[in-house]
Design a protein around this ligand. Structure first.
Ligand code: SAH
Length: 389
């Protein structure tokens, strides 16, 4: 196996089992390496550190598969995928993240199961190199009828990989994929929808919202296919207004509402930044507002611009809340830490002139675990705040 030798002192993070090697840490590579090939990692003084996948075009030049000297082959992926799936608990008709990248010892591999279908994202050169073995292992899991690829995320460009999507294993489903969550049924658009088609990471938080919604006027900003809005309706909200700038997302949300016989929501195809201003100028008020925006800061380099956008929408939302009302606010930006997010929201409350208290610190659901030495894995954070008199 080719060997990647680190510069002196650059083995520290690997010894703590952080799985990434940045280009600047590398002294030299011995042997021929193609995209995604396996390489043994060595410290400057010749100590073996792990086996990694090589990404020639990426700043993250290698990602660790294993900390012991071992072959990386189809059997490795079969074992790891079986193990990751065995850790998850979900009923046959529910949705669950089966593989959460680094957190499951499979950097660059994300797989979501929707009932009997798996939607797979391959996001690194190493994952790409092992597409066939990964697809075979997923298809062999109990209860799986098909594996669909959705490797079209922007991060693939950083790895020098083209987009690739389509059916990988099994036969195409007869109708749209569906998934049950908290007793509601959602259609999942695996082909055109965001990410793998549905935001499984917000499952627990959507359940929490349902428990808060009874008798409340609810505003769901960035509603996508209606996850929070439908839970608000199911939880007994007196009114639900849901906003998204994407026409297809709103059409999916309305179809999901109809599928569950939940009526009465107001669906607005609009920009949230503008809508919140219009509501403010019109004096509209709500009891419960959800802000679940897209990733404003993919990396820490975008944090400052993102902070302004987060502050803007949160400040406006605070102004639209009745006394005693609640804001459920999120950031899924890897570049914004939970601590920074809390500070941004504190600043927004101060500038809005409201006294708000944190009731809940929120994270992604348990099927999106974070390994201790890889804090980058914690991308989704949220707060529930109650506005005081
Ligand atoms: N809350 C959703 C997920 C939200 S994803 C759920 O639980 O499933 C973010 C959504 O924000 C996407 O649907 C995207 O279309 C929408 N969006 C992005 N920018 C927007 C903007 N400026 N105004 C309104 N919607 C926007």
């Amino acid at each position: 196996m080719p060997v990647l030798i680190l510069k002196p002192g650059r083995e520290k993070s690997l010894k703590r089992h952080h799985p990434w090697i940045f280009s600047g840490a590398i002294a030299k590579v011995e042997g021929q390496l193609k995209l995604g090939d396996s390489v043994a990692l060595q410290s400057a003084d010749g100590v073996f550190l792990g086996v990694a996948a090589y990404s020639p075009d990426s700043q993250i030049r290698a990602r660790v598969w294993d900390w012991t000297p071992r072959d990386i082959d189809a059997a490795f992926f079969a074992e790891r995928i079986r193990h990751a799936a065995a850790l998850r608990q979900a009923a046959a008709d529910e949705g669950v993240r089966l593989i959460h990248g680094e957190s499951d010892g499979l950097p660059g591999v994300v797989a979501d199961r929707y009932a009997d279908s798996v939607v797979l994202q391959l996001l690194s050169a190493g994952a790409e190199r092992w597409r066939g073995a990964i697809a075979d292992a997923l298809a062999a899991l109990p209860g799986i009828a098909r594996v669909i690829e959705r490797s079209d995320a922007d991060v693939r460009e950083l790895e020098g990989l083209p987009s690739q999507s389509g059916l990988l294993r099994g036969e195409a489903a007869a109708g749209p994929l569906t998934v049950r969550e908290h007793g509601l049924e959602f259609a999942v658009d695996a082909e055109q929808g965001h990410k793998t088609g549905f935001y499984l990471d917000q499952r627990d938080n959507r359940g929490l919202l349902r428990g808060l919604a009874k008798g409340k006027a609810v505003l769901d900003c960035f509603c996508y296919s209606g996850g929070f809005a439908l839970n608000a309706l199911a939880g007994g909200a007196t009114s639900v207004t849901a906003i998204d700038s994407s026409g297809p997302a709103l059409a999916a949300a309305q179809a999901n509402a109809a599928r569950n016989r939940l009526s009465g929501a107001e669906w607005l195809e609009a920009d949230v930044f503008q809508s919140l201003r219009k509501f403010r100028d019109a004096g509209r008020k709500f009891d419960l507002i959800v802000l679940d925006p897209p990733k404003f800061a993919p990396t820490a380099a975008h944090a400052e611009k993102a902070a302004r956008a987060y502050k803007d929408i949160n400040l406006l939302a605070f102004k639209l809340l009745n006394t005693g009302g609640r804001l459920m606010t999120y950031s899924c930006s890897g570049g914004v830490s939970p601590d920074l997010f809390q500070k941004i929201i504190a600043g927004a409350a101060l500038d809005a002139g409201v006294d708000a208290r944190i009731e809940h610190w929120l994270h992604a659901s348990a099927d999106h675990p974070v390994v201790m030495n890889f804090p980058e894995g914690e991308y989704l954070k949220g707060l529930v705040l109650q506005v005081q008199a």
